[in-house]
Ligand binder design. Structure first.
Ligand code: UGA
Length: 430
């Protein structure tokens, strides 16, 4: 099938490359010319495991190409996947500017096509957006939804860092459909996937995405709240999580306690669902507390640092890990941002290190000293804070601790290096 993918971010590009690897002809569309050129030369514009290799393969086989020309790409496509970003505005609403612009361009392309085609919303949008905001724009093509063209809402559950694997091996594929023909058309491009397919309505699919992310975020805040109690009791929250997670009704996944959740999805999606519920006259109590616990959790380590130094001014702190999780250079909503801000306020000095995310953090904090290794950051530091569980931090050794002013490491993420005892403490474990 001919597929057009509008937006080449963390959702669009893995989806485009994935469908191309299943034999479909994919055209990726982006407004960024530099990105388009990169893709066409087989270069991957984002950091995602396995994606550079697959992209190069499908581009060289002629199964995937990129363009800035939405109209032509849409005209030629049996299926159009809309995968542009939905950032958050100040009130917590999703900003639909990109969606609206892309939908207008899609409508223009639809005018040029005679055959039936199916427009698929992959972007994360709150319930009713597809029906009330997107379909009316698509109708500007002069065509009738459910008759001249199909509409589906097909949320994506992939994680940054493992986006390609998650795309190719999903737990489930959710197809929200305007009518049966729309869903049947979309289902065809998933024929090679080994995953259960759930067919449902548009609003249900929209909410499945938000409810999934909100439940996962709530699991994390829940275990962090239990973890704060564990810290008081001097016990290990990971033992508690293991015991709880052995119940198949709960599952152990997403019960790793630490410095709170970050990234471009959980904080934004939970807030958007809260705002949406409030607009509908509902009171989102659990979700509000999921956010409140998370906000406090992010700077718990600073409080714990103050147990060691009542005055942090002039203290040299090594910040190890800036990305919101390992395997990515993304710092959006990363606990490191809040911790750096708080340490600055308290007059601490710091050196920061991350294997991938320094360039991104430099744009936010050009004034900070960055080092090219974690060893360098730890040298002569009064304490080290581990904020991202990069594998390399598991190599921290007694030798490196000896070079610190005070051998003290506080972990915001659970690490598995060998050192034990006084030198090492966790945010929610001893
Ligand atoms: C998340 C979801 O996991 C995906 O299913 C979803 O598709 C995606 O959002 C999205 O909506 O696009 P992502 O934000 O890439 O994916 O990252 P996660 O691996 O879920 O981690 C999010 C944050 O939670 C990280 O800061 C991580 O360190 C933290 N986390 C995760 C914990 O603190 N504890 C855990 O047990 C798991």
């Amino acid at each position: 099938m001919n597929i057009a993918v509008i937006g080449t971010g963390y959702v669009g590009l893995p989806a485009g490359a994935g469908f191309a690897s299943h034999g479909h002809n994919v055209t990726c569309v982006d407004i960024d010319e530099e990105k388009v050129e990169k893709i066409n030369s087989g270069e991957c514009p984002i950091y995602e495991e396995g994606l550079p290799e697959l992209l190069q393969e499908v581009v060289s086989k002629g199964k995937l190409e990129a363009t800035t020309d939405t109209i032509t790409a849409v005209k030629n496509a049996d299926i159009v996947l809309l995968a542009v970003g939905t950032p958050m505005d100040k009130e917590g609403n999703i900003n639909l500017d990109y969606i609206e612009k892309a939908s207008k361009d899609i409508a223009e392309g639809m005018k040029e096509r005679e055959e039936h085609q199916t427009i698929v919303i992959k972007s994360t949008v709150v319930p009713t957006t597809t029906e009330e905001k997107i379909i009316p724009i698509l109708e500007q093509s002069g065509k009738k939804p459910g008759k001249d063209f199909g509409v589906c809402m097909n949320p994506e559950f992939l994680r940054e860092g493992t986006a390609l694997k998650d795309f190719l091996e999903p737990d489930r594929i959710v197809i929200g459909e305007l009518d049966e023909k729309s869903g049947d058309n979309l289902e065809k491009i998933y024929s090679e996937f080994d995953a259960p397919i759930m067919r449902t309505g548009l609003k249900e699919a929209e909410l499945i995405k938000y409810a999934s992310n909100s439940l996962l975020a709530t699991k994390i805040s829940f275990i962090n709240e239990i973890g704060n109690l564990c810290k008081e009791l001097g016990i290990d929250v990971y033992d508690v999580a293991d015991g709880v997670g052995m119940d198949h009704r709960v599952k152990r996944d997403f019960l790793d306690s630490g410095a709170g959740f970050g990234g471009s999805c959980f904080p934004k999606d939970v807030r958007a669902l809260i705002k949406f519920m409030e607009d509908k006259g509902e009171e989102p109590r659990i979700l509000q507390d999921t956010i409140n616990v998370n906000v406090d959790q992010k700077t718990k380590l600073v409080e714990q640092l103050q147990n060691h130094y009542s005055d942090l001014s002039g203290k040299k702190i090594a910040v190890l890990g800036l990305a919101f999780k390992p395997g990515t250079d993304d710092i959006r909503q990363s606990p490191a941002i809040d911790i750096i801000a708080e340490l600055k306020e308290l007059g601490a000095e710091f050196k920061a290190y991350d294997p991938k995310a320094i360039e991104n953090m430099k744009q936010k904090h050009p004034e900070i000293e960055y080092t090219s290794s974690y060893q360098e950051a730890l040298k002569e530091a009064d304490a080290g804070l581990i904020l991202t569980d990069w594998e390399e931090f598991n190599e921290i050794s007694r030798e490196e601790l000896k070079k610190m002013n005070k051998a003290l490491i506080l972990e915001g993420r659970r690490m598995s290096y060998e050192l034990d005892g006084e030198n090492r403490q966790g945010v929610t474990w001893p």
